[in-house]
Design a protein around this ligand. Structure first.
Ligand code: CTP
Ligand code: CA
Length: 231
């Protein structure tokens, strides 16, 4: 009965989902961005709304139709996203950070389009680190002594420091969120796709494997894991 219209299990809940990839502009026409399409975040917003929740979707540079019955807030940069997420989640029951925020931004923005010179030289772009929104949400919750369930995503490629799952466990511990949805993106799979596979790691040490399938199925599994953690 959980997902039926007769007994929507997320009725009355206020949920915040971020989606898409942030952009950090160098000049009026160029930016540093990433490959996130926003599809997984949109699937989370759609499924939550279908389960009765009041959903705010914070969308960074997505090209997808607004899900019906969802409040959509549009942002561009990581700092815009931070402001919107913090505001929307102040009185939320859960926040899912499905967006891919750019970790770095150019140290300075140039008002006019950067020009090429006649020689073969090229400019050097200096970057500075962006705020970590997820870590900030966890910090705010511990300072307030309570707050929303917090879910992070991690797109990983295994490397010499560990496998995809080992890196995911370490990231969950480092971030201090309740759940971390770990995708293996070794060969670019997941991006642009309507399908996804993941392992959802929980702070109690449990893990839930979601086989390759529609992003809605992963979304519903995430809400199934969030629901019992809601206060
Ligand atoms: N995230 C965030 N703010 C950032 C960067 C990431 O809130 N500035 C969130 C993402 O939305 C995601 C989670 O943190 O839910 C993990 O993102 P990820 O990029 O995997 O983590 P990082 O700490 O940035 O580590 P990495 O060096 O692997 O990119
Ligand atoms: Ca990152």
């Amino acid at each position: 009965l959980r997902r039926g219209a007769a007994a929507p299990d997320l009725a009355g809940r206020r949920l915040v989902v971020s989606a898409g990839g942030t952009r950090e502009y160098l000049d009026p026409v160029r930016f540093i961005g990433n490959r996130s399409s926003g599809r997984q975040g949109y699937a989370l917003a759609r499924t939550a709304a279908a389960r009765g929740a009041k959903v705010t979707l914070i969308a960074a540079n997505t090209a997808l139709p607004d899900p019906a019955g969802v409040d959509v807030v549009r942002v561009v940069s990581t700092r815009d996203l931070q402001e919107a997420v913090f505001e929307a989640s102040a009185d939320a029951d859960a926040v899912v950070m499905a967006a891919a925020p750019a970790d770095f931004r150019p140290a300075s923005y140039v008002d006019n389009k950067i020009k090429k010179t006649d020689d073969t030289s090229a400019p050097t772009v200096s970057l500075v680190q962006n705020p970590d929104i997820l870590a900030g949400l966890v910090r705010r919750r511990s300072e307030a002594g309570g707050g929303p369930v917090i879910v992070g995503f991690a797109a990983e490629t295994g490397d010499h420091t560990g496998s995809v799952l080992e890196l995911g466990r370490a990231k969950l511990a480092r971030k201090g969120c309740d759940l971390l949805v770990v995708n293996d993106v070794s060969d670019g799979k997941a991006f642009e796709s309507t399908e996804n596979a993941a392992v959802v790691l929980a702070d109690d040490g449990t893990s839930t494997e979601v086989p390759h399938g529609p992003k809605e199925v992963l979304a519903d599994t995430i809400w199934d894991l969030v629901a019992p953690r809601l206060r």
